[in-house]
Write a protein of this length. Structure first.
Length: 79
């Protein structure tokens, strides 16, 4: 299950990376009108925020302890 979750996050991040790269290429071209340039900058910021949120969600999920399931015995504490 963790591998499937990791693959899903990787796909989301790859898509965001491609979109961010495309927007950055548009900015580097220098041919865009000021309004388009501002829109591209805003798009880059939004895409970076989406990527950060996706990573944060997966990190939190990986760090949260698993719930106790009925019938499970606790593991002994390390000495």
């Amino acid at each position: 299950m963790a591998l499937a979750s990791l693959e899903a996050v990787t796909e989301v991040l790859e898509e965001l990376r491609a979109r961010l790269h495309e927007a950055a290429s548009g900015l580097r071209s220098g041919d865009a009108e000021p309004d388009l340039t501002l829109a591209l900058i805003e798009d880059c910021a939004r895409l970076a925020s989406e990527a950060a949120a996706a990573v944060d969600t997966q990190v939190r999920a990986a760090l949260e302890p698993l719930p106790d399931l009925p019938g499970q015995l606790p593991l002994p504490a390390s000495p």
